[in-house]
Design a protein around this ligand. Sequence first.
Ligand SMILES: Nc1nc2c(ncn2[C@@H]2O[C@H](COP(=O)(O)OP(=O)(O)OP(=O)(O)O)[C@@H](O)[C@H]2O)c(=O)[nH]1
Ligand SMILES: [Mg+2]
Length: 329
Amino acid sequence: MDMDELRHAINNFSFDRCKGGNQGFNRILIQLFGWLGHGMSSFINTCVYIWQDGEYQSWAKAERNFTWERIEHKLTNNITLVDNRGLSTMDSYEIGEIYAQLGNLLPLGQAVEWTKGFKLVNRILKSEKLVKYSDFIVPVYVHSARRTIYPEEMNELENVFKAARRLTGVCPIVVLTHKSSGNVTDTEKMFRDMGVDKIFLFENCTSEDHVKTRGRHEEVLKFLYEVIKDVQFAVEHQPQDPVKESIERKNFVMSYINKCELQAKQEEIEVQRALERVRLEKKKEEEEEEEEIKRQKERERQDQAMEEELQAEQERLRKKEKKKWKLFR
Ligand SMILES: Nc1nc2c(ncn2[C@@H]2O[C@H](COP(=O)(O)OP(=O)(O)OP(=O)(O)O)[C@@H](O)[C@H]2O)c(=O)[nH]1
Ligand SMILES: [Mg+2]
């Protein structure tokens, strides 16, 4: 397909044109997620700039500040890109929030919070009337090719990708940014090893560098085309019932939160137990030290008594000797 054909296919995508009809959907939400500063907002700027093919602007306010909210950027009547707050630790609170987003359980346009405890459950329950079941979410993980992935992070990411597929019905797409300055070959291989099959390489457009090149245009159009093809496949081949699936997704996310909470409580109990063990051991050591001091004192007292007894005996003998000499004189 050439670029015009790709553009035409993307522009004309509509759920109504899928075999079997729209199944209750009317919009694709391309939900970005990834580490802080890896280029999510710049990727949105790149897509909008290339799609509109006009003047460059920083629509998603990259470069100026961190993103804190899930801000939507409409591309076509049926496709919207959603910016996100970047992950900073990838702990269970951040992952729980991402799962809730991918499960379409939280509304757009609100601050992204890494809420602890059961606060996320409350936010999900409060959001029930605000989310649109007609949105079809496509998970897109944005990662800078300048940053290597550590082995423990790979395991975590693999789990996140599996959950993302389960929550959305599509395999997450990976977007590698900083293509020209990062270690693309190794980073790409790591994602392939994790089972990711759709990886797109980008040198994002920025305010300093937004030259329109054929390569950039083609990559953005191919990316968007893959998104619509994945969605079309899912809608045409998997039974879709947005309301029923929303309940299943909610159960999945709730049980994840529950499991993390139980694990956190269990860890806390184990920490308390370990502290108690250390406290008891210390107490025992102190008691033993005290006992030893007592024993030492007792030994000293006995030595002293023996010494005194010896001296008294010597004194007695000396006196006896003296008396004997007096008698002889
Ligand atoms: N050279 C180059 N710079 C990039 C690329 N992507 C992003 N940047 C720069 O990296 C910095 C962070 O990019 P953002 O797009 O703001 O990153 P983000 O993921 O939205 O980060 P936060 O919202 O801050 O969490 C900015 O200065 C961008 O200009 C890229 O592919 N190549
Ligand atoms: Mg951002």
